[in-house]
Write a protein that binds this ligand. Sequence first.
Ligand SMILES: [Zn+2]
Ligand SMILES: [Zn+2]
Length: 352
Amino acid sequence: MAKFVVTPANPAQREAWVGGTIPGVERVRPGLWSIPVPIPINPLRYVLVYALELPDGVAIIDAGWNTDEAYDALVAGLGVAGYAITDVKGVLVTHIHPDHYGLAGRVRESSGAWIALHPADARLVRERYDDEAIDSLVQRERALLRRCGVPDLTLDDLAGASMMIRHMVTMARPDRLVEDGDDLDLPGWDLRAIWTPGHSPGHLCFVSPGRKVLFSGDHVLAKITPIVAVHPQSGPNPLADYLDSLDAVRKLEVEEVLPAHEYRFLELAERVDTVMAHHDDRLAEIERVVGEAGAAACWDVATRLTWSRPWETIPPFMRRSANNETLAHLAWLEAKGRLVKEPGEPDLWRLP
Ligand SMILES: [Zn+2]
Ligand SMILES: [Zn+2]
């Protein structure tokens, strides 16, 4: 079957993404702006912040990473839309990852805006606040990797882990907790929250039925599929959560999907089907690899899968996410009874 390719809402925005540049600030439709905010040392290059005009200012969806460059880009982008940073009344954050949540605290300091987040991600912010909690998080990650059969952890791996967490620690606590189905109560907007756990436990999408647009965060993107991985804060079966969350948005009647990365596009249901098919293929591949191996640790399974480049050339930090993504698929297969796990050091996976 030919792979479905989505239609970009604005071809120039897609061209900028494909061409390795940053697209311009854009009025998507009356009262709605797209502001690309650069993120450092990351192949995603930018997060798309959306500014929603209100009678007395704007609300923004996502904020960007906490750097001066990102803050300046956000201020400049709001300027193009005719607003100052002090006009921001609220920051709706799709999820806790630093490229979305990192800058929210600074925006609040500048403007007095409230910050909204789903409780399941808000809980993670709190957990990462004190040094003891961070240590225990790193220990739990190490234990998890050991059970996966990851060979001698390199210093690079661990440095990566603590650096990632340090970025989290500077994050502000939210002022508003938003649950599934909540009306965001923004004047002039019929914006409703949809809880879409998977990529992160508290991921939120926002839909405007009247304007027929979906702000999809990292949940559904035009070309890439978000990382869905088991880690100490993920819950036991994040892939099941993610696939259920795809179902939750698939039937929405929207004309345009406004994601946090890459570019806006038109066909939501077809894109969701493609992402689901991708995971089906991955699950089948993993089942086959385990069958061939007889019994295998997660790390061994990961090394035998097809990745976008040869395993040997994947840097250590990314190998760890590859391992944790593989574990998410193994956990899903176990829950369905398609694989069994023999607990140990490492845990071994085999066909039932
Ligand atoms: Zn993310
Ligand atoms: Zn992201």
